[in-house]
Design a protein around this ligand. Sequence first.
Ligand SMILES: Cc1ncc(COP(=O)(O)O)c(C=O)c1O
Length: 406
Amino acid sequence: MSTQLAIDGGTPVRQKPWPAWPIFGQEEERLLTDVLHSGQWWSVGGRRVPEFEEAFAQLQHAQHAVAVTNGTAAIEIALRALGIGCGDEVIVPPYTFIATASSVLAVGATPVFADIEPSTLNLDAEAAAAAITERTRAIIPVHIGGCPANMDRILAVAQQHGLAVIEDAAQAHLAEWKGKRVGALGDCGTFSFQASKNLNAGEGGAIVTSDPEVYDKCWSVHNVGRTKTGRWYEHHVLGGNFRMTEWQAAILLAQMSRVEEQAERRTANAAHLSSALAAIPGIRVQRAVPEVTRHAYHLYILRYTPEAFGGRSRDEFVRALSAEGVPCASGYVPLYKEVVFQRKTAGIGSWCRAGRPVDYGAVHCPVCEEVCGDAVWLFQSMLLADASDMDDIAEAIGRIHSAWSH
Ligand SMILES: Cc1ncc(COP(=O)(O)O)c(C=O)c1O
């Protein structure tokens, strides 16, 4: 007889709370108070933003960083800095947050979706290569959940076709590809410091690059088209006000003192959890290729096989696991199915009239569609608990399996 599941009125496997997020302490208070009393609340003439930019560039093994308002703006700035706009096409994966593709629309270019790999859940370089047209100007691989995309293969495709590569590393702080941190592996990379992210300022973003020209262009776009040496009212390119405040930089500097230790803890707990889950039929975990020397584990992503769980649906599983005291979610839908893209299809067919019309209603990325139907997400802050807490996750999944598989 299997134990009664919590969803059926049984006692949940876990009643203890998970680690709270965000984590903060006296250093955040000290730095915020310091900004308050300094009267220097914006970055122009401030010291916290430049301090953060230098520290963050170093953290990501890049030469430069530009701190900006958020991760969505960071992608848009990178695109504008690389001269991508109306009529151009940019290849993006469909298994990602809307910003990866909406920022392409925002600069007047056309996002073209290419499928993902079933094991890494990242952009498939071969699918990206097949999506190239004479209008393609860039590829945006996303390091989904913090797992680096196959940068060797993506960079090779980009190089062969003369395309720019912008890494969407919004979820991948500290992640590494062959020992080098993500962000400056391509032309540039973008990060988010939105509240859920592994490095958190409530909102915030950054672009990192090791190319001084790309850096200057990003800096200019983020600061209303100014140049570092120009006059205040001297605007060279179409930019915007995307400047980060001193408040955000202060919080980030304090948060950065913990990121290494937190990343190590997530890695250790994820390994523990993966070995515990290996014993449960019908559960596969996102698998990094060997070149990934660090997965950032912003998300811990499983794939659920209903047949191994008596045919119960993924959504039923998410409800049952949540009821056992393990918060989880089903995650994304294929991005091209979002109303914004379907409406474009119903309308003029492409965002910019100079662009090739793309009928998003006809786009079909089979791997992404399968993953969107069977993925289950666990969240980074849970991986900051103890190893025994990982056993609770495995126990809850095992309990559901025993109850449903007979
Ligand atoms: C993959 C990805 N790209 C871009 C973003 C956009 O970042 P933000 O929310 O800071 O604008 C996010 C996060 O929300 C994300 O997960």
